[in-house]
Design a protein around this ligand. Structure first.
Ligand SMILES: Nc1nc2[nH]cnc2c(=O)[nH]1
Ligand SMILES: [Zn+2]
Length: 440
């Protein structure tokens, strides 16, 4: 067993529903055994109860639960920063040409290393991953995620129209390839499978039915897709599915919307869709940097909360501009500020919840991860800005841990991550900064 001594913060309660939801231990202790938290609270209490246990002293930083990214594209690491065009043009110009390269396993393996490292070094310990259209590349992703130890919920992206021929499949092949991947990876180690049609624009009823067949045969798998991101996309889907009431209905009619379905974006939902999503209990994965970068729109968080639709966060790399959920939290805060009276004011507690427990709940993993309650896995990220950095200065002068958390969201980046643990296992540790070269 090990006692981790730290200033730690987490949100075991939902700050959108409860006051004082931010739980802070200024000089706290987490007793970890076999990767699980067996006791937590003031360090002095834990030390008194366990005088002989080794202590890992993490004071001087901020220890948070590992981040849960509920929407991120494996094949899009190298195209981060493709700016200047809206979604459908962005797909044609940046995303699809890159994704067409993933039939080459060596290429897929190289990007898988970059992708998994990018997530873990940003403090993400669980990710719902939009995989590749190529089954072999999805296999490569699961292999790399398993090698590193990242909790991964991923699946083969399936479509049969309007992308590029090499990315199209058939309902029969989608079923067969999906089935083989589920049998090999769903429930293997820290991996789960998510059935993943790209979006209704590129997935015919036949493809959506093959997705439903997999979900019926393997009821424990998850589901994710895109919805209501861009006005032109929505209009095209309406033309393609004239018999559907709306975008959500294209998935509902196929039986794809369940409690653990995660729908990315949902920037332009109808009231009917919000009501139906709340009734299904499914989640909207809000991707603020992507929505801003592609000009998709300002996310109606208040309408989601009023309708009772749970919201989690996603980086949406590469439509999004990086892996850091700190940045997504900050962008979410900006968006809600800009919405004025229609916005939902977000406190540091809201932001931390959106980056952690909200994602755990979206994936049906809230019993396992998402906060530091006793019984949860020790998935954690220690933020300790490099000495001399501006954030280091700001944190030194923060009057309370809550103010420090706010400053972390305001200017924290991947370089401020010192260590990451998953199930108590050290996954990443920042190498000590090279000695500054003498000035002369
Ligand atoms: N942001 C985003 N939206 C999509 N809709 C369909 N595919 C994509 C994608 O790759 N990124
Ligand atoms: Zn996406």
């Amino acid at each position: 067993m090990t006692i981790y001594r730290a200033t730690y913060l987490h949100t075991p309660a939902n700050p959108f529903e409860a006051d004082q939801a931010l739980n802070i231990q200024e000089d706290g202790g987490l007793l970890v055994q076999n990767g699980r938290i067996v006791q937590s609270g003031p360090y002095a209490d834990l030390r008194a109860a366990h005088p002989a246990e080794p202590v890992e002293d993490l004071r001087g930083g901020l220890l948070l639960p590992g981040f849960v990214d509920t929407h991120v594209h494996f094949p899009q690491v190298r195209i981060i920063g493709g700016l200047g065009v809206p979604l459908l043009d962005w797909l044609d110009r940046y995303a699809l040409p890159e994704e067409a390269k993933f039939g080459d396993d060596a290429y897929a393996a190289a990007v898988a290393r970059e992708f998994v490292a990018g997530l873990t070094r940003s403090g993400t310990t669980t990710a719902l991953v939009f995989g590749s259209h190529f089954a072999s590349a999805v296999d490569v992703l699961f292999q790399e995620a398993s090698r590193v130890g990242l909790r991964t919920v991923a699946g083969q992206v399936v479509s049969d129209r309007m992308l590029r021929p090499e990315l199209h499949t058939t309902p029969e092949r989608a079923y067969q390839e999906g089935r083989a991947l589920i049998e090999k990876w769903h429930g293997t180690g820290r991996n789960l499978y998510a059935v993943t049609p790209r979006f209704s624009l590129s997935a015919s009823e036949g493809i959506l039915e093959s997705c439903a067949a997999l979900m019926n045969e393997f009821p424990d798998v998850r589901f994710t897709s895109h919805i209501n991101e861009n006005l032109k996309e929505i209009e095209t889907v309406r033309e393609l599915f004239p018999e559907s009431r709306d975008y959500l209905d294209t998935y509902e009619r196929a039986g794809l919307i369940l409690r653990r379905s995660v729908l990315a974006h949902n920037v332009h939902p109808s009231e009917r869709e919000l009501g139906a999503m709340a009734a299904h209990g499914c989640t909207a994965a809000h991707c603020p940097c992507s929505n801003a970068a592609l000009g998709s729109g300002l996310f109606p968080l208040k309408r989601h909360l009023k309708a009772g639709v749970p919201v989690s966060l996603g980086s949406d790399v590469g439509g999004g501009t990086g892996f850091s959920l700190l940045k997504e939290g900050l962008q979410a805060y900006f968006m809600q500020q800009l919405l004025g009276a229609d916005g939902e004011p977000l406190s540091p507690a809201h932001l931390l919840y959106l980056c952690t427990r909200a994602g755990a709940q979206a994936l049906g993993l809230e019993g396992e991860i998402g906060d530091f309650s006793v019984g949860k896995a020790f998935d954690a990220v220690l933020f300790r800005p490099p000495v001399g950095s501006t954030l280091h200065t700001v944190l030194q002068h923060a009057h309370t841990p809550e103010r420090a958390l706010a400053s972390l969201f305001a200017s924290g980046t991947q370089s401020d991550v010192e260590s990451v643990w998953i199930a108590g296992e050290g996954i990443y540790s920042r190498s000590p900064a090279p000695e500054a070269a003498p000035l002369i």
